[in-house]
Ligand binder design. Structure first.
Ligand code: NAD
Length: 275
């Protein structure tokens, strides 16, 4: 079964289900990403700060998969914010990945203490005019950060990549993004293993009903909620499990019960507190 694609506001589209490499050891990245590509993933999510762009690039090069079948995202780290530094940081990321172009480039955090995300976004707008990047977006932006970008810059971000799992769904940011045609990417889609999501009856019950695992239920919930996601695992059998979610469908009631688990349980710091 083919992974559905989500249409972005700039004319490009993105595979809704991908593979993320946060905390994937740089020395193991090539092997792990090669496994993910063999399992069938075609959308990869990395970042400069993960230190593993080069390994992602080596796995891509070794795979022989045609470039147009892949969708590659990387992110600008906080200390690279600023007009000129953003341009340089992008070029370095692109070179480490060994790619002619990056599909999606994100500002990783707003870092309001620096007060440079508007200027940085304008640099990404210019990068988008080059052949090096197709779509641009943001990450960890809350409504007030998005409002400022919309007021002071030209291009509406294609995505906002925010922490989103059943315990932390950020309904206000998600609704604002939806209103402005910004797609939501859910990071930490499984709660990074920090909450007992896989033991909750709303999730185990649906898993039993569909003869799938609790992780597959959570991933399916994201897909049916319209989120783009890229769960991470170093283990090939879990990569395959997390990818095998297109053959069943949760009922509306099952989706609603999981949506009802919201309790503002974030795993990361508040975006206004991250420098
Ligand atoms: P995740 O929610 O995907 O959780 C990953 C963990 O869940 C794994 O390490 C493993 O312990 C467990 N897991 C995975 N599959 C499982 C399965 N089938 N059964 C049981 N346990 C399983 O967390 P994540 O990696 O933080 O998030 C996914 C991706 O989001 C990252 O790899 C990264 O690409 C991105 N991300 C972005 C930001 C950001 O600030 N923009 C922050 C964190 C993560």
């Amino acid at each position: 079964q083919l992974v559905p694609r989500v249409q972005l506001n700039d004319g490009y589209s993105i595979p809704q289900l991908g593979f993320g490499v946060f905390k994937v050891d740089p020395d193991e990245t090539e092997r792990i990403v090669s496994d993910a590509l063999e399992v069938g993933y075609r959308h990869l999510d990395t970042a400069r700060i993960y230190g593993n762009e080069a390994g992602v690039g080596r796995a891509i090069a070794a795979s022989g998969i045609p470039r147009e079948e892949l969708f590659i995202t990387t992110k600008l780290w906080n200390d690279d914010q600023g007009a000129e530094s953003a341009r340089v940081a992008f070029e370095q990321s692109r070179e480490r990945l060994g790619l002619d172009y990056v599909d999606l480039y994100l500002i990783h955090w707003p870092s309001p203490a620096r007060d440079r995300y508007v200027e940085t976004w304008k640099a990404l707008e210019q990068l988008r005019e080059t052949d090096g990047v197709r779509s641009i977006g943001v990450s960890n932006f809350l409504t007030h950060h998005l409002e400022r970008l919309l007021a002071e810059t030209e291009v509406v971000p294609a995505v906002d990549q925010i922490e989103l799992h059943p315990y932390h769904q950020q309904p206000a940011t998600a609704a604002f993004a939806d209103e402005h045609d910004i797609r939501i990417e859910a990071w930490g889609p499984l709660g990074q293993g920090k909450y007992p999501l896989f033991d909750l009856p709303e999730i185990t019950g649906a898993a039993a009903a569909h003869d799938v695992t609790p992780a597959q239920v959570v991933i399916r919930w994201h897909l049916q909620r319209g989120h783009i996601l890229f769960p991470k695992s170093n283990r090939r059998e879990r990569m395959a499990e997390n990818f095998d979610v297109l053959g069943f469908e949760l009922s509306e009631d099952e989706v609603a019960a999981i949506t009802g688990l919201e309790r503002e349980g974030r795993v990361s710091a508040h975006p206004d507190e991250v420098d």
